[in-house]
Design a protein. Structure first.
Length: 84
C-alpha cells in the first residue's frame, strides 16, 4: 500500500509579520477541525519563535482524535516570515 501524502499550506499575520507555513503527513484526511488546529499551532509557534528573533522555524503538532487516530499522529512542517 502506498501512503497518500497530505499537504496543508497557509499564511497568517503574527507579531506584525506575514508568515507562511506548511505541514506534510501521511494517510490522514484534512478536515476543517485539523485545518484550524494546524493554523493555530503555526501561529503560536511563530509567535514564540519571533519573540526569540527567529524568522523561520519547525512546526510539530501532535493530533489526537479518538475515532480517527486514537494513538495520535505527529504532523511536521515549517514556517517562515514571508518576504514581499
Amino acid at each position: 500500500m502506498i501512503a497518500t501524502i497530505q499537504l496543508f499550506e497557509g499564511t497568517a499575520v503574527v507579531c506584525c509579520h506575514r508568515i507562511e507555513f506548511y505541514y506534510e503527513w501521511d494517510d490522514l484526511e484534512l478536515t476543517d477541525e485539523l485545518k484550524e488546529r494546524l493554523q493555530g499551532e503555526a501561529e503560536d509557534r511563530a509567535r514564540h519563535d519571533i519573540g526569540k528573533d527567529c524568522c523561520i522555524g519547525d512546526l510539530n503538532c501532535l493530533y489526537h482524535d479518538d475515532e480517527i487516530v486514537p494513538d495520535g499522529i505527529e504532523i511536521h512542517g515549517r514556517w517562515n516570515i514571508k518576504s514581499d
